[in-house]
Ligand binder design. Structure first.
Ligand code: F6R
Length: 603
């Protein structure tokens, strides 16, 4: 979703902004722009499409020492140059970039901006006109910005430049992510550390409803009433080499391939050399005390929650309930006694999940964020954090974060079960079982050619498809279908295999692809085989992905056997490759599917 970069006090401002925007591309966007100031001269350049399109419009003479840049993911107003950021005030003096949604923008327009001419339809343009108007009315820039912040409702990350005094960037945030990057003799602002990691590893958090006055050698943070806030810088644990694509054609393929390494990294993080678990005892105690665990998440993370539910319940003896974050933020159901909330989130920035966490904090409910991004909003605001250690996930379609989430929850469940003295948890040799998982994934990855070939006949021209499975395979089917539809644009449903005959089977006709998942449970396998026969009888084109101990000769893709608690991890990997190859074969951009954003920072 939208991304912000800004820099003050560096003569390479244009280059820093453009490199930063390129690093933010993975978040998803449809247009981009930069504003660069060089003494008396300034340039505002915008473009719809890719950063490469913006780059093509930038002449070699556009140097500058300060500037702001933005990637826009349209919310208010279509994808046009006028609606792309940065936006300017009525006189053109103030220039602003914004992430988020200003909920009362129409009210503001009516109340304060009579006679103003707006170029586009965005909520952001109203904000910069408002600030400009307050300065026209006689306020200083800082006073005008503060006054506007008191009026504006909704979510925002702002970076503002006054073209008449461009050695300062004014910054504020509420609900949308924004960080300060500390350079040597210059300073930066950015939506995430990835955008500035080439320049610095030193960052400073900005909390909600804080305002920052940023110059090349100072960072002044205050609340909206002007009370100064002390904040320590922190070192981001990101390695520039982690965010390169290497020799891979797409990030998604690289990230699928990284999964065995991620499994081993989790073993070394959450177990010592003797195999004893090292999960934070405070987290274990908090889960032990819970009467019920509520997992709140969105999209792939939600599916990972489902894939972990049975394992958590069996190892901890604590019931687990799943909630769609975008629903629970505003429709919190009746909770049981002693609830504990687990927020699953790759990015740690998902606005819907954050809304639930805000509610949980108000209600005094203990919370654990399981995330890939240290220092992310959900990590900062939850009672506890467990990190996924999966390395940056750049492709919009999440892969290694899903498998890392299930594995991390396995460590948590075993640690809690052991603390409860549960025999099954004590006997579950997770370190060994996860090593087998890593090997099983490697075996699947060595079958890429076979998977590519199977997909060619099945999905290259398909308009719709079904994944079916039972038990954990049903939950994997949900994730597999999300993966396929989000990047290949094939309409796909993940279905409980036995439920198909209760209505949806009417959609099965000649040639409809049905992908059946069968992992290692004999009873469930036999029933799913029966459902496969039912769809074949109605003309479906079936592909089977089967645990090798259950497999028959004519099954299509065989997955080497792992512990049933962990089969969601190994069963999902071939489906990630199915989505990848189907998308390639349809000639689409695997890493940047239309309309989607990596970090969904609006509700
Ligand atoms: C799909 C995908 C999304 C995210 C969802 C939640 O591949 O990546 O469905 O899983 O937007 O994001 P996080 O996990 O960052 O909270």
């Amino acid at each position: 979703m939208c991304g912000i970069v800004g820099v003050v006090g560096n003569s390479n401002a244009t280059d820093i902004l453009m490199q930063g925007l390129e690093k933010l591309e993975y978040r998803g966007y449809d247009s981009a722009g930069i504003y660069v100031v060089n003494g008396e001269r300034s340039n505002l350049i915008k473009s719809v499409g890719r950063i490469a399109d913006l780059r093509a419009k930038i002449g070699i003479d556009i140097a500058g020492s300060a500037g702001i840049g933005h990637t826009r993911w349209a919310t208010h107003g279509q994808v046009t140059e006028d609606n792309a950021h940065p936006h300017t005030s009525e006189t053109g003096r103030f220039v602003l970039v914004h992430n988020g949604v200003i909920e009362n923008y129409l009210q503001i327009k009516e109340e304060y901006l009579a006679g103003h001419t707006l170029k586009g339809q965005t909520d952001t343009e109203i904000a910069v006109h408002l600030i400009g108007q307050f300065v026209e009315d006689g306020l200083t820039v800082l006073e005008a910005f503060k006054k506007a912040l008191h009026i504006i409702e909704g979510s925002y990350a702002f970076a503002l430049i006054d073209s008449e005094n461009a050695d300062t960037i004014f910054v504020a945030k509420n609900k949308s992510p924004l960080l300060i990057g500390l350079g040597d003799g210059y300073n930066m602002v950015c939506s995430d550390a990835m955008a500035m990691i080439r320049e610095t590893s030193q960052f400073m958090e900005i909390h909600d409803k804080e305002l920052v006055v940023l110059t090349k050698d100072s960072v002044q943070i205050s609340d909206y009433d002007g009370n100064l806030v002390e904040r320590q810088a922190y070192t981001a644990e990101l390695d520039l080499s982690d965010i390169g694509k290497g020799t891979y054609p797409f990030y998604m393929l690289k990230e699928i391939d990284e999964q065995p390494t991620v499994m081993r990294k989790l073993i070394s993080t959450y177990a010592d050399a003797d195999g004893n678990l090292t999960v934070d005892p405070a987290i274990v105690k908090s889960v032990q005390e819970a009467g019920r665990i509520y997992i709140l998440a969105a999209g792939t993370s939600y599916n990972a929650g489902f894939a972990s539910k049975a394992m958590i319940e069996k190892l901890t003896d604590t019931p687990v309930e799943l909630g769609v974050a975008s629903e629970w933020g505003y429709n919190m159901p009746l909770l049981s006694e002693k609830p504990m909330f687990i927020l699953l989130s790759q990015s740690g920035e998902t606005a819907d999940s954050r809304q639930v966490l805000v509610k949980a904090n108000e209600m005094g409910i203990p919370s654990l964020t399981v995330t890939n991004v240290p220092g992310s909003t959900l990590s900062r605001e939850a009672t506890y954090t467990m990190l996924l250690h999966a390395g940056p996930e750049i492709a919009v379609a999440s892969t290694k974060a899903y498998t890392a989430q299930v594995a991390a929850l396995a460590f948590l469940s075993k640690a809690v079960g052991e603390a409860n003295g549960k025999k099954e948890a004590v006997e579950f040799d997770l370190v060994h079982e996860l090593s087998l998982v890593a090997q099983s994934i490697e075996a699947t990855l060595s079958e890429k050619d076979l998977i590519e070939e199977k997909v060619q006949g099945l999905l290259a021209d398909a308009r719709n498809a079904f994944y079916i499975g039972r038990g954990n395979d049903y939950y994997v089917a949900m994730e597999a279908s999300l993966k396929l539809k989000e990047i290949s644009y094939i309409q796909c449903e993940g279905f409980a295999a036995g439920e198909l005959k209760h209505g949806t089977i009417s959609l099965i006709e000649d040639g409809v692809p049905v992908l059946a998942l069968i992992s290692n449970n004999e009873v469930l396998a036999a029933h799913t085989r029966g459902n496969v026969q039912e769809v074949i009888a109605r003309g479906a084109n079936v592909l089977t992905i089967v645990d090798e101990t259950m497999a028959r000769e004519d099954d299509d893709i065989k997955v080497s056997t792992v512990h049933p608690y962990l089969s969601s991890i190994t069963m999902v990997v071939p489906t990630q490759l199915v989505a990848y190859y189907a998308t390639l074969q349809r000639g689409l951009d695997v890493d940047k599917p239309r309309n989607l954003a990596k970090s969904v920072t609006v509700e």
